[in-house]
Ligand binder design. Structure first.
Ligand code: DGL
Length: 272
């Protein structure tokens, strides 16, 4: 495997851009091929079988670019499909759940951790499992917030509707006095300021994107796969593919990633 090969990153839609953005910041020489499954979003209300089938198709698509590793920039796909993807791939596959769980276990002071995520991620109990492996003493409170994904996909990042829904979802976590809140869906960091305002400054918000990018960097360094070559202008360092609505995706990506004009192409993922 060559160090200058790209990294494959995928999500059900725009949420994984929060992880891609963090990879761009922490390891700026890396090339990224991003896939957002915008035609089939949301994953959070689908079955394990369906999410696993979608994830396998995407990994096959990303492998056509000769990627050196895959980042599953989606908590739902990490919860449901990571094991199946690891079993099928001969390159490393990194999910977002473990890194976020590790940070939460480290930062909590009162041992009361909240997790907000999709129905699928909460139902899988994956955060509880990983956090308990690190610290048996903590209590984890999960809360599914299924309306956040469509709100983010619609670009309602700062909006009274988002505010109202967030207040309703978060009320019970405020009542039980958590001191740490994991943003257990890669879409949620995009409404971080709303969540932070409602939870109050005594609650630490954990964004697994940061830790995931850090773990990726460590793993690549260990395997001598970090790209040392500086990126040359005009060589398509970041490429974006979606299963529908490339123009809308492109506008969104350009609003949150400030690395010049990013373009996106639509592909038929069912062919993979
Ligand atoms: N961004 C995703 C996650 O981290 C999935 C959202 C969805 O498609 O439901 O879980």
């Amino acid at each position: 495997m060559r160090a200058d090969a790209p990294i494959g990153v995928f999500d059900s839609g725009v949420g994984g851009l929060t992880v891609a953005r963090e990879i761009m910041r922490q390891i700026p020489n890396e090339k990224i091929i991003y896939f957002g499954d915008t035609a089939r979003v949301p994953y959070g209300s689908k079955s394990k079988e369906t999410v696993t089938r979608f994830s396998k198709q995407i990994v096959r698509f990303l492998q056509t670019f000769g990627v050196k590793t895959i980042v599953v920039a989606c908590n739902t796909a990490s919860a449901y499909a990571l094991d199946a993807l690891e079993a099928e791939c001969d390159i490393p596959v990194i999910g977002v759940v473990k890194p976020g769980a590790k940070t939460a276990a480290e930062v909590t002071r009162n041992g009361r951790i909240g997790v907000i995520a999709t129905d699928a991620t909460i139902g899988s109990q994956i955060y509880t499992k990983y956090i308990k492996e690190l610290n048996r003493e903590v209590t984890i409170y999960g809360k599914a917030c299924p309306l956040f994904v469509p709100l983010v996909e619609e670009g309602l990042l700062e909006d009274p509707v988002t505010d109202e829904i967030a207040r309703r979802y978060l009320a019970e976590l405020i009542d039980i006095d958590i001191d740490t809140l994991i943003l257990g869906c890669t879409h949620y960091p995009l409404i971080r300021s709303t969540l932070a305002r409602i939870m109050g400054e005594q609650v630490t918000l954990v964004n697994p994107a940061y830790e995931t990018a850090y773990e990726l960097k460590e793993m690549l360094a260990e395997r001598k796969l970090l790209n040392e070559e500086e990126h040359k202008l005009g060589t398509n360092q970041y490429q974006f593919y979606v299963s529908d609505g490339a123009e809308k995706f492109k506008r969104f990506a350009n609003s949150i990633i400030k690395y010049g004009i990013l373009s996106a192409k639509t592909i038929n993922i069912e062919e993979y």
